[in-house]
Ligand binder design. Structure first.
Ligand code: 0X9
Ligand code: ZN
Length: 428
């Protein structure tokens, strides 16, 4: 009987989107700092999964399990915090998204024979990997494909080195960009593959290729990313099962709490069953060790490190655990503002303007163990987390409508162009 119950539980958990049957998602819009402060404990109390962080006068999106919905909404009402239901049944919204993706896939396939990377649809891990291999083969003079390690579940972690001198000219600054550490943030990997496109197939800023060496790693967490397509759309962590006695039951570590920056102190959990589990120790995850090793390998000439997340239209810098500022805060802020201004100039009217600032001050929560903080701590002068634009106001599906992916990629590239040039001027 007990065994049957366990088997049934597992079958339910792994059937596609079943887990989210009856879940609701809400837009939550605190109007004041007091409301935002009061919201924190409510989110914890009702085990709310935050997809996009609410800040004052900018609503966020959260997921709430069926048994917590009454308590959660009552708590918001008691404090007069504005909210509205986004998806009345999260499973239905996800099923709807799947039909959109499937319809577009069929059309993509007909149009390009499956060869090109789509920017009007989300990109699967297989398509991204195939693209990286293809680009390296087509641009052998400037591109090198590297597979430094495999993920916990043995998928290759790939990055590209893009350089006119095969990284031999030590006087050139290095720019390192990664994406996809948080598995469910689906607009991140395409924003990074677009950068590869702009440095190889469609060079409109030749100075960026001439003056810099680039390391571009579109999917830091391939296991988690694949899992969001196959099984659980809202998976955030890695998929490791070796970091805690409970990790077979609750796999995975939050990659962005796993870096050795005040590890396991703030905005993180010691329980593997929580989304922000920081791991058994700093760098317990092979995926974060790959990024760490790249940061160290090129540290002596790394001018800029960016990690692409979603969503919220924000450019964030350290220190993210307590809101204090690094000695380089002025440069961090001014370069951040330049990148944001370049993006805002190209963004769609229905996207928010970018907010630039210290991660803990902008988000109103400190979090330790994040990659941008670690990069800056060890000496990368400019290190940022991008929170790309996301879902807004709509009620149909769940993620940013795929029609906006290319727009996000194009406008984000404008920010990268400015950021790279400013980094080059500042840190030669
Ligand atoms: O909490 C995070 O890891 C990031 N937000 S997300 O919604 N993509 O999960 C923000 C990280 C900001 N940086 C630091 N706190 N250092
Ligand atoms: Zn993230």
């Amino acid at each position: 009987m007990r065994l049957l119950a366990v088997v049934l539980l597992f079958a339910l958990a792994y059937a596609k989107h079943e887990k989210y049957d009856g879940w609701k998602s809400y837009y939550v819009g605190p109007a004041s700092a007091e409301q935002l402060k009061a919201l924190g404990p409510i989110l914890d109390q009702y085990f709310v999964d935050v997809l996009s962080h609410p800040i004052v006068q900018r609503e966020g999106v959260v997921l709430v399990a069926p048994n917590h919905q009454d308590g959660f909404t009552k708590a918001l009402e008691d404090l007069a915090i504005d909210y509205k239901v986004h998806a009345d049944n999260v499973k239905a919204a996800l099923d709807y998204d799947d039909t959109l993706i499937a319809a577009k896939k069929a059309r993509d396939f007909i149009r390009s024979g499956g060869r090109n990377l789509p920017y009007d649809n989300y990109q699967t891990l297989e398509t991204i990997d195939a693209y990286l291999i293809d680009i390296a083969a087509r641009f052998p003079d400037t591109v090198t494909l590297v597979n430094p390690a495999n993920s916990f579940e043995d998928r290759p972690i790939y990055y590209l080195k893009i350089s006119t001198t095969n990284f031999q000219d030590e006087s050139k600054p290095v720019i390192f960009i990664d994406g996809g550490i948080h598995a469910r943030e689906w607009v991140s990997p395409p924003s990074v593959t677009w950068m590869i496109h702009k440095l190889t197939e469609d060079i409109t800023e030749p100075d960026l290729l001439e003056k810099f060496d680039w390391i571009i790693l579109p999917v830091v967490n391939p296991d988690g990313y694949a899992f969001t397509f196959s099984s659980d759309r809202f998976w955030r962590k890695t998929r490791s099962t070796d970091s805690h006695a409970w990790s077979t039951l609750c796999p995975g570590v939050d990659g962005n709490r796993n870096y050795d920056f005040f590890w396991n102190t703030v905005g993180t959990s010691a329980s593997p069953c929580v989304e922000t589990y920081g791991g058994s120790q700093a760098f317990s995850e092979i995926e974060t060790r790959v990024v760490r090793d790249l940061l160290h390998e090129y540290l002596h000439r790394m001018a800029l490190y960016l990690t692409m997340h979603s969503y919220g239209s924000m450019i964030l810098y350290g220190w993210g655990h307590d809101g204090s500022l690094s000695p380089n805060a002025f440069a961090l802020h001014t370069v951040g503002v330049s990148m944001a201004a370049a993006i805002d100039a190209r963004k769609l009217p229905n996207f928010h303007n970018y907010i630039v600032g210290n991660a803990a001050l902008v988000l109103w929560y400190g979090a330790s163990g994040a990659s941008e903080d670690y990069a800056h701590l060890i000496g990368v002068p400019l290190a940022y987390t991008y929170e790309l634009p996301g879902l807004q106001g709509g009620f149909e599906g769940f993620h940013l409508d795929p029609i906006y992916i290319e727009q996000v990629c194009r406008e984000t590239w404008e920010g990268i162009v400015v950021g790279a040039r400013r980094a080059g001027e500042l840190f030669r």
